[in-house]
Write a protein that binds this ligand. Structure first.
Ligand code: PMP
Length: 420
């Protein structure tokens, strides 16, 4: 590529972009797709550049937050390189009309890439919505049933519980099983479940972000006309999923696939069109499906970011490969906990431990504050457990590198050696 022209009107800014962009990553992995028409950016780095690579990378922490959460570094860099002038359009994605051809190409590619990642069949609509997963707690019953209809909720954590409570306003939900009395440490055997034969849907939270309980297999509704509905907010795109087992999947983006502000809904098309009369237009899935998620102004930049993440996941080899990496990361962290002779403890039943959110406690709970402080000094942040459960929680979503988990494990062993 030609070197940046310093005579270009925006040269100083570009130089800056060039520096922060190029210097963050080893040269071979720098995305160089900057296709600005007015100038191009050199991707060759000097020795001095390499020094900057180190210092810039050191500025980033390992962020174990549950969401908003860490995003893939190369995605951030690509977004940075395209921020000011997307593909030579002369504007950033944030400034584009959502109805123009440029944004349409972005949302269409995001949808197509998500469809290939999850192998989503044509008879399912993919919607990019707002309002978070919390809004879907209401939208799901409003769209899938009439006011008096029965629906089942299998509650394995506080998100499932919140979804159930919201559904009470719009239909007749029943908790067919709750792990609350045991502090949400397991998923029940599906054989013994008392499913309602008339339930319009069975709702699960595929991965309970706070308690770290993840379904490894899925129950089947006993009503042949009923459907399985899953909140996949915190394990979306972390592994392959057979979408055809579900009538509807929803997921807030801010854990695995993008920034907050986007909520993705995947819904079987034959379920659309029966929303309750009181359904606000913004919660009516059919309206969004009929308008390709462009009924009103969508969260354009967030959708663009999700698109970059989907592209990145495909480049990694798709969700089979992503799952292997996640399995490895979770494995070494759970092993470290289990082999600590009780110094650390994860209360969740082994067979349903989450690959994404790893909650653990310290035997000596008085050391928790020090653990967090010391970890932060080592640039490992957001390890505090959710306020409702305490302890620690390491969220190790797709974008958490193996190096981050290895560093955490080494730190935990070291901390134990000092305090055992
Ligand atoms: N469901 C799950 C599993 C979650 O983890 C969260 C957020 N942490 C929500 C629902 C609520 O999502 P939002 O804040 O996007 O409404």
């Amino acid at each position: 590529m030609a070197a940046t022209s310093l005579n270009a009107p925006n040269a100083p800014l570009l130089q800056k972009t060039h520096q922060t962009h190029v210097f963050l990553k080893p040269i071979s992995t720098i995305p160089c797709q900057t296709s600005a028409k007015r100038f191009s950016i050199s991707c060759s780095a000097t020795t001095q550049d390499r020094l900057s690579v180190q210092s810039q990378s050191q500025d980033r922490v390992f962020n174990f937050a549950a969401g908003p959460a860490t995003l893939p570094e190369n995605v951030l860099l690509k977004a940075q390189s395209e921020l000011y002038n997307w593909h030579g359009s002369g504007m950033s994605v944030m400034e584009m009309s959502h109805r123009g051809k440029d944004f349409r190409s972005i949302i269409e590619k995001a949808e197509a890439d998500l469809r290939s990642l999850l192998n989503i069949p044509e008879n399912y609509a993919v919607l990019f919505l707002q309002g978070g997963a919390t809004t879907q707690f209401a939208a799901v019953p409003l769209n899938l049933c009439a006011p008096g209809d029965s629906v089942d909720y299998l509650v394995t954590g506080s998100w499932g519980d919140k979804a159930f409570k919201e559904a009470k306003k719009y239909c007749n939900p029943k908790v067919i099983w709750s792990g609350k009395s045991e502090n949400y440490v397991r998923v029940p055997s599906f054989d013994g479940l008392e499913l309602n034969p008339n339930a319009k849907y069975l709702h699960i939270c595929a991965n309970e972000t706070i308690y770290g309980v993840e379904f490894k297999d899925y129950p089947v509704p006993c009503n042949p006309n009923g459907v399985l509905v899953a909140d996949m907010s915190s394990n979306f795109c972390s592994k392959p999923v057979d979408v055809t087992k579900f009538g509807l999947i929803y997921a807030g983006a801010q854990k695995n696939v993008g920034p907050s502000g986007v909520c993705i809904v995947i819904v079987r098309k034959d379920l659309l069109g029966n929303a309750q009369e009181i359904t606000p237009v913004m919660l009516d899935y059919k309206i969004h499906a009929d308008n390709n998620s462009l009924y009103n102004t969508p969260p354009c930049y967030g959708i663009y970011m999700c698109g970059l993440v989907f592209e990145d996941l495909l480049k990694q080899g798709g969700l089979e490969e992503v799952e292997k990496k996640n399995h490895k990361k979770a494995g070494i962290l759970y092993n470290a906990i289990d082999e600590s002779k009780g110094f650390y403890r994860c209360p969740v039943e082994k067979s349903v431990r989450s690959m994404m959110n790893v909650p653990f406690t310290l035997e000596k709970s008085e050391l928790e504050a020090e653990f967090l402080k010391e970890a932060e000094k080592e640039k490992m942040v957001q390890l505090k457990g959710h306020r409702s459960v305490g302890g620690m929680r390491a969220s190790i979503y797709n974008a958490m590198p193996l190096a981050g988990v290895e560093k955490l494990v080494a730190f935990m062993k070291d901390f134990q050696a000092k305090h055992a």
